[in-house]
Design a protein around this ligand. Structure first.
Ligand SMILES: Cc1cc2nc3c(=O)[nH]c(=O)nc-3n(C[C@H](O)[C@H](O)[C@H](O)COP(=O)(O)OP(=O)(O)OC[C@H]3O[C@@H](n4cnc5c(N)ncnc54)[C@H](O)[C@@H]3O)c2cc1C
Length: 318
């Protein structure tokens, strides 16, 4: 890896074009896959290290820092990565414009539920590199969209619904919502759904589902229900148990993409429940444990300007 920070001409965040896992980054892995052999046994080591870390993502970098903490700052550590920049999934993009610099994340964005999820080791690492999550939270303007009288909505496209239409005022909860519940500028669920460009029957069925008064797995034991929750995709649940039409199911397409990077055909009912999707409140399931709830409800407000690249950079600096 290059000598980051010491040579100002080498600065990957300013390079444009495809960044991240480009062809070069997996060239050697593919060569090995294709049967190439490399003979290292005749090579004599030229340098010695106390620790060699493979992978310069946040795990590898913090591993190196933990090692130094334990064995001393004088320890010599080599960190290898198959990319031209460190950070792994936590990297930044940087653009120099006439009016100044634009900095943004080039990978992972935010600290996810630090109060609920972070261990004492993670918290001590953050403290050591000078990050205070409460200060980050204070600087996140949760009122930005509410004060503009904006709300969350749903877009119905002409190709799928015969008309291009935006319906605003969605009262639904989303995972790790950064907008406080009382500032959603939401309507009640009936009035929101009744504006959907769908048949009366579909709208009524959706309203009923959102009211969540039915046990869609009625007649099954708790054990059977738990198995179904784990094994049934949310899409199959909506089709086969809630009995929504294909048209009504389309409303849910895309709702799990952002957090789970998977469509509702690939997300289990368990995961759908943990993403606040409706249908599970009257099934008599075990309540979600406190930790999961805290994780779901903790807002997404802990951001550095370049996302978690700041963590990687501060560890390297340290
Ligand atoms: C799109 C996306 C968004 C995300 N958003 C968030 C978020 O907002 N908040 C959050 O907390 N988390 C988020 N995550 C998850 C978070 O990015 C990761 O959990 C974290 O960055 C993983 O760090 P890591 O060091 O374990 O792995 P990585 O970041 O993957 O780093 C591993 C590094 O090791 C390299 N490597 C692997 N094998 C070798 C080898 N044999 N030789 C050399 N190098 C090797 C890899 O190429 C990589 O550079 C997101 C992830 C993705 C993909």
């Amino acid at each position: 890896m290059q000598n980051f920070g010491l040579d100002s001409s080498y600065y990957p965040p300013k390079w444009l074009g495809l960044r991240g896992s480009n062809d070069k980054s997996y060239e050697f892995a593919h060569t090995l896959r294709d049967g190439e052999k490399f003979e290292f046994s005749a090579l004599k080591p030229k340098e010695e290290y106390d620790l060699v870390v493979v992978g310069a993502g946040i795990s590898g970098l913090s591993g190196a820092l933990f090692y130094q903490n334990k064995f001393g700052k004088d320890k010599k550590i080599l960190i290898l990565d198959n990319h031209d920049d460190f950070g792994g999934h936590a990297r930044r993009n940087k653009f120099q414009l006439k009016n100044g610099t634009i900095l943004s994340y080039g990978g992972s964005e935010s600290f996810q539920s630090p109060k609920a999820l972070y261990s004492k080791e993670v918290n001590s690492l953050l403290e050591q590199i000078g990050i205070n999550v409460d200060s980050l939270a204070k600087r996140f303007d949760v009122n930005f969209y509410p004060d503009l009288k904006l709300s969350r909505g749903a877009y119905f496209s002409k190709s799928e619904f015969g008309i291009d239409k935006v319906v605003s005022g969605n009262p639904g909860s989303v995972l790790s919502d950064e907008v406080p519940k009382d500032k959603l500028n939401a309507r009640d669920i009936q009035s929101f759904i009744n504006d959907f460009p769908m048949s009366k029957k579909d709208r009524e069925d959706l309203i009923e589902l959102f009211q969540d008064n039915q046990d869609y797995f009625a007649g099954k034991s708790l054990k059977e229900k738990e198995k179904l929750m784990a094994k049934t995709s949310y899409k199959d649940f909506l089709k086969n148990y809630v009995k929504l039409s294909d048209e009504a199911i389309k409303f849910f397409e895309g709702t799990t993409d952002e957090f789970m990077a998977l469509g509702i055909d690939a997300v289990s009912c368990d995961d759908a429940r943990a993403a606040f999707l409706p249908g599970f409140d009257s099934m008599g399931l075990e309540p979600l444990d406190e930790e999961s709830l805290a994780e779901m409800e903790e807002p997404y407000i802990y951001h550095c300007a370049d996302g978690n690249a700041t963590v990687a950079r501060l560890i390297v600096k340290k």
